[in-house]
Design a protein around this ligand. Structure first.
Ligand code: GLA
Length: 360
């Protein structure tokens, strides 16, 4: 159903924002560290108009679900919590947001670790900025989006996803220092591109496991007497910590160092090795992998034309990303998916995204 069919009039504005995949720098952003995401072709579209009855009305085309809330009402759940969160953080920042009709449609898969929530938040904030002509820039959009996620969706997330959705494009890798928000746009390593495959295992435990990892890192930083684990350069320092804080901290410190190594300029082979090392560290030290992700990564790593592969996003399920030889991505993705599904799983190729790139 279209905006007009749902709300009985045409929308006044619309905005889009992409999902993201992170190539390197996992579970570093809430430790003030470094990340290397890129945008994916899948995106979320938000259409808006003013609502005439003093209530917000949200509609999700994907879920075919409608939610209405009085402006003063408590936080809704599900997709509506992200939209309501965006409106509320803007209200709290001193912007007066009138009641709205909000229509959402998305090609970013949910539960695959590709930031469908950040895409929804950034698209919502962009659409509101446009509708009300608000003087907020793209970094502020990301910051408001992160606040919405933390306070209204209950995930103590860092700022990577929202910065990637707000500032990255599909043709480059975005280097981001999450402490200073300094960023650089990097090219992909020579003649490479990415493959992203969804493991088919949704990351259902993500919120509790994620918040627990974050608390463990904060504890480790306290024990080491630093503001955040980003302040530790030498991984040896983490050996003094008790279990499991030693391994959690070692992951973060070595992962930050892997991202910084990329900044020196690396070959595709070297970038791939760093991705493989990242996966091993997430699996063994950070313990956020699951057997399905390990199987998928192993198949990817053994496939000719693949430079390196790892789980991407928070883990506990979701997707894997691989750096592959440009031009071979479709053949590689198809071959890997077949092997993975033969092992008893039900994966899905997300990038290359044939549907989206063909339509573009
Ligand atoms: C989720 C969070 C991000 C980041 C990643 C892990 O996607 O939203 O802030 O912490 O997990 O790197």
């Amino acid at each position: 159903m279209s905006f007009q069919q749902i709300f009985g009039k045409l929308s006044e504005t619309q905005a889009i924002a992409p999902g993201r995949v992170n190539l390197l720098g996992e579970h570093t952003d809430y430790n003030d560290g470094f990340v290397l995401p890129t945008a994916i072709p899948q995106h979320t579209t938000v259409q808006l108009s003013f609502s005439d009855d003093g209530e917000h009305h949200f509609y999700s085309e994907n879920l075919q679900e409608r939610v209405s809330i009085l402006e003063s009402h408590h936080t809704p759940s599900g997709f509506a919590s992200y939209i309501f969160g965006c409106i509320e953080v803007l209200n709290k920042a001193g912007y007066t947001i009138p009641s709205l009709n909000v229509y959402v449609q998305s090609s970013v898969p949910m539960g695959s670790g590709l930031s469908s929530s950040a895409a929804l938040e950034v698209a919502t904030l962009r659409a509101i900025r446009q509708l009300l002509d608000l003087p907020i820039d793209d970094v502020e959009i990301a910051q408001f989006a992160q606040q919405a996620e933390i306070h209204y969706a209950g995930v103590q997330c860092g700022i990577m996803d929202q910065m990637a959705s707000s500032l990255a494009d599909t043709q480059h890798i975005l280097f981001l220092d999450t402490r200073t928000l300094e960023r650089r746009v990097l090219p992909f390593p020579n003649k490479t591109t990415i493959v992203v495959i969804d493991s088919g295992v949704p990351h259902t435990l993500a919120t509790s496991g994620y918040n627990q990892r974050r608390a463990e890192c904060e504890h480790a930083a306290n024990l080491l007497g630093v503001k955040a684990l980003r302040d530790i350069i030498d991984a040896k320092v983490t050996e003094t910590l008790p279990e499991p804080f030693n391994r959690r901290a070692r992951h973060v410190v070595t992962e930050d160092n892997r991202v910084l190594e990329v900044l020196q300029g690396v070959t595709p082979e070297h970038f791939g090795e760093l991705m493989n090392a990242s996966h091993a560290s997430l699996r063994d030290d950070y313990e956020v992998s699951v057997p399905a992700l390990d199987t998928l990564v192993e198949i990817l790593q053994k496939t000719p034309g693949v430079f390196g592969a790892r789980l991407t996003g928070a883990g506990f399920g979701g997707s894997c990303v691989a750096l592959v030889a440009l031009g071979e991505e479709k053949a590689i993705a198809t071959q890997v998916l077949q092997q993975y599904n033969n092992a008893g799983y039900k994966g899905q190729i997300l990038v290359p995204d044939v549907e989206v790139s063909d339509a573009a």
